[in-house]
Write a protein that binds this ligand. Structure first.
Ligand SMILES: [Zn+2]
Length: 44
């Protein structure tokens, strides 16, 4: 079955912070899963 282009882009893996559900911007440190806010919270 061929998915429509819209469906394809919708199912692309988007990085989402597991803590707050916010979309995480692509960064050089791509191994980071959390967004900046949750990361700084953890480092306190
Ligand atoms: Zn977060």
């Amino acid at each position: 079955m061929i998915k429509s282009p819209v469906e394809f882009f919708r199912t692309l893996p988007k990085k989402v912070c597991p803590e707050c559900g916010q979309t995480v911007k692509e960064q050089a440190e791509s191994y980071l899963m959390e967004c900046d806010r949750c990361l700084s919270k953890k480092m306190e």
